[in-house]
Design a protein around this ligand. Sequence first.
Ligand code: NAD
Length: 454
Amino acid sequence: MDNLMQMRAYFESGVTKPYTFRKEQLKKLQQAVKKYEKQLHEALYADLKKSPEECWVTETGFLLSEITNVLKHLKGWMQPEMVGTNLLNLPSKSFVLQEPLGVVLIISPWNYPFQLLMTPLAGAMAAGNCVVLKSSEFAPATSAVMKQMIAETFDKKYILFVEGDGAVVIPEMMNNFTFDHVFYTGSTAVGKIIYKMAAERLVPVTLELGGKSPCIVEADANIKIAAKRITMTKFSNAGQMCVAPDYVLVHESRKDELVAGLKKCIQKFFGDKPEESYNYGKIINERQFDRLVKYLKQGEIIHGGRTDMEKFFIEPTVISNVSMDSDIMKDEIFGPILPIISFGNKAEALKIIEQNKNPLAFYLFTSSDKKEKDWLNSVAFGGGCVNNASWHLTNHNLPFGGRGFSGSGRYHGKYSFETFSHKKAVMKTPTWFDPAVKYPPFKGKMKLFKMVIK
Ligand code: NAD
């Protein structure tokens, strides 16, 4: 707790507020990531068997691109935002200041153990905060490298790296110290625990949770493209991606063609032995492996299905004939198993989506503008893609976040800066103009008030 009190004092000294400080520290982070790139990639391989190329696109390079964007725009984002003033208050001027929140806590999961901790960090630093980082204990190799990198680069009064069992370490901090914001990425179940602890001290939260993200393939879709893009993101990181298509709803007239396309792409991307493929990852641990293996019995396997406990390997698998009451259709799959369900009309498909409300992501493959508009209007989801899957999260101009069951709040690019800043509203009123009408006695002024306030 002493560490946290020291961070509070450091923040209150005002050191972290100036633009120059923020810029310098972000540059330090940039340099540190470049210096540790090899070690980080090795650690990510040890934890999740990610290739260096995949690490670059989804972890280290992803963060560096985020930092480059922040550095380009930070000065502009920090400027007071001038806004109009209503008639009642003229000739006052009104503006909004972007104020750092203070000492914030960022908690991350194991599936993108680097990126999901460091991307919010870049936003929190840009906004002028002190930051406590809590990594996931389930990606220990990556956590160890990050810990060393952060300790070597920053004063622990500014950025503090915390490891350990989340169920112990996090309540210890949150129940004894009032953070100014908690930014949590992880499962919905733990998200609820975090939300409750934060509520006790009225701490604002961002919750980046999971959910079952549907992928619709309409009768008029380009099936070749759909198969390629779905295969690419569903089986990336062995399906352990929060925005991976969880299941596919395909129009019944195109199901066979889509299944054939998926099989062909899986073979092309990962070969006959995906367990030996450079491009294919592993399941993080035994607990997740056992959970996933159970799903394999809940439908008819039409491709894949092989497993190897020793290697935490589960083959890219396509499964059909799944019951809506089975766990595979109730839980977020979060692994390389893709259920294919056919639908006859949109109402049927919507009913299935409604069983798991507010998906984090939603994907639609269609060549019709009308269908696109209809679908985007009909489903309440966090973010998504048309004729693509998952890539929306790599565009820092788009807000990233869920809604309802898949979370609340958003980040990336300017949205991160806003998440970690308070919008302080200020009205500045000149003293040379001070009409008597604004002061008591008010009797008889109703007509005038109604003219001005309407
Ligand atoms: P996890 O088990 O690593 O937990 C996440 C964090 O919560 C860890 O730092 C852990 O220490 C902490 N934690 C665990 N139990 C706790 C407790 N009882 N009290 C306080 N803290 C606790 O990761 P996970 O939850 O298995 O992550 C997978 C989930 O995360 C999936 O549902 C996935 O969809 C979701 N996710 C969401 C996003 C997103 O951006 N929305 C990104 C990645 C993953």
